[in-house]
Design a protein around this ligand. Structure first.
Ligand SMILES: [Zn+2]
Ligand SMILES: [Zn+2]
Length: 442
């Protein structure tokens, strides 16, 4: 019997629980209907447990359970998943995955092989930095599939290729994979999202002017290394430290240590083999360009005056997914960055949908989602500038909030107009219970 509004394609509690017993308990929280469909498929359950090695507390499980029980839309996750599956969007093809990975490595190899030709003029030099950095970003996106286990049906292939793609970009694969998974489990939750969560007004009021310039201008996209390395109230934790308790469990420490080791071996090899000035020019500058693309694109996926952010009581998996934003960056950029701007279906089906099926899934799902599908066709640089200006803070209370800004040149969309959700809370509701800014799920 199918669950009332979720199905096995939604990342149910079973996909994020550590043990079968936990998964069964979590399934019970979903109600008898969904319990049947989950517990009767132990093989699929075991697969899911191997794929996603992140445990959730009972509180988080209950929150995910609510996500399937409070569906305000005239469609269900099951219907969306069926539409995507019917067009073959969940089919993983290793040959296609390897084609894109090898293509990106080949392009990068060619750019390094012909580097000398670009050094003849400063403009070509700058162009080379940018093209190499961009294809580093493209390679990262292939590794993103590995992190979601959609690169291959085999775990070891995902892990191997994920390390290849990310280590050369100085990103520890497992560390990022785990924190990115927390992002997906909490997308657009004001306090619990792992990245680019909105800033409450009271916190915004404490920002010094210099911090506002850093955080609310395109300069913000330089902050990715800070995000990876820092462990304070503004970040989710140091991704290079296996003992970062807010991100990693004790069981995950060896994986994190392995990934950090891969990055350090790569870095040590470069420092050993390449003169420092050449290394800065030929490697570190393109890495900065790569991190700029990564930060800009992910910021734009989750930041817009039309996007809705939720707190406990209104947050659900489906609402969070439908509050992410699709954007296009010119067709050729979309192609080479593996359609990463196609983000709504990625958040709906992140454990099942390889990047080369994102457009196919969107074409299948978009007519069903209809007016609830959030996309912005503004030229991406203009959109980046606009969101930096218009999206500064959200109200300190209320279970459904949207971005506001003292600089806003446009009137933010009223959330009740935008999603037309049957809102049980309003902006004058009681504040959510105090939650650490980067509260860990478990
Ligand atoms: Zn996202
Ligand atoms: Zn993702």
């Amino acid at each position: 019997m199918a669950p009332p509004s979720g199905d096995k394609d939604a990342p149910s509690p079973t996909q994020v629980s550590r043990t079968v017993a936990d998964a069964r308990a979590a399934a019970v929280a979903l109600g008898a209907a969904s319990t049947d469909s989950v517990i009767n498929d132990d093989a699929a359950l075991e697969t899911n447990l191997r794929v996603n090695k992140v445990a959730l507390t009972s509180e988080a499980q209950a929150r995910l359970a609510r996500s399937t029980n409070t569906n305000p839309y005239p469609f269900t996750m099951a219907e969306l998943a069926k539409a995507a599956r019917d067009v073959g969007a969940f089919e993983i093809n290793e040959l296609t995955s390897f084609y894109y990975m090898i293509r990106d490595f080949t392009i990068l190899g060619a750019l390094y092989y012909f580097r000398a030709y670009f050094m003849s003029h400063w403009a070509l030099h700058v162009l080379w930095w940018n093209v190499v950095g961009f294809f580093g970003w493209a390679l990262f996106v292939v590794g993103h599939d590995c992190g979601h286990r959609t690169f291959s049906k085999y775990m070891w292939v995902n892990d191997l290729c994920g390390h290849l793609c990310h280590s050369v970009l100085l990103v520890p694969f497992h560390s990022w994979r785990i924190s990115h998974y927390l992002h997906h489990c909490n997308h657009n939750h004001v306090e619990k999202d792992e990245s680019w969560k909105p800033i409450p007004k009271a916190v915004y009021g404490t920002f010094a002017e210099w911090l506002k310039i850093v955080r609310f201008t395109p300069f913000l996209a330089f902050l990715y290394p800070y995000y990876l390395l820092s462990d304070n109230k503004w970040t989710s934790g140091n991704h290079f430290n296996p003992y970062t308790e807010r991100l990693f469990t004790k069981e995950e420490r060896p994986q994190v240590a392995l990934s950090v080791g891969c990055v350090l071996v790569w870095l040590a090899t470069l420092l050993w083999k390449v003169p420092l000035l050449t290394l800065i020019d030929a490697y570190f500058v393109p890495v900065i360009v790569f991190t700029y693309w990564l930060s800009m694109v992910t910021y734009l996926q989750h930041t817009d005056v039309k996007a809705t952010y939720y707190r406990d009581g209104e947050w659900s998996y489906l609402k969070g997914a439908l509050s992410t934003v699709d954007r296009s960056y010119f067709d050729w950029i979309d192609h080479f960055q593996h359609d990463i701007g196609t983000h709504v279906v990625h958040h709906l089906f992140f454990t099942k949908l390889p990047h080369y099926n994102l457009r196919k899934a969107t074409r299948a799902v978009k007519p069903i989602v209809g007016k609830y599908f959030l996309e912005d066709k503004t030229f991406f640089m203009k959109a980046f500038w606009n969101t930096c200006n218009d999206c500064h803070y959200v109200e300190d209370s209320g279970s459904v909030v949207m971005y506001k800004s003292p600089n806003a040149r446009i009137t933010p969309v009223d959330e009740t107009e935008h999603h037309r959700l049957p809102l049980s809370d309003s902006s004058d509701a009681q504040p959510a219970s105090p939650t650490p800014i980067h509260k860990k799920l478990h």
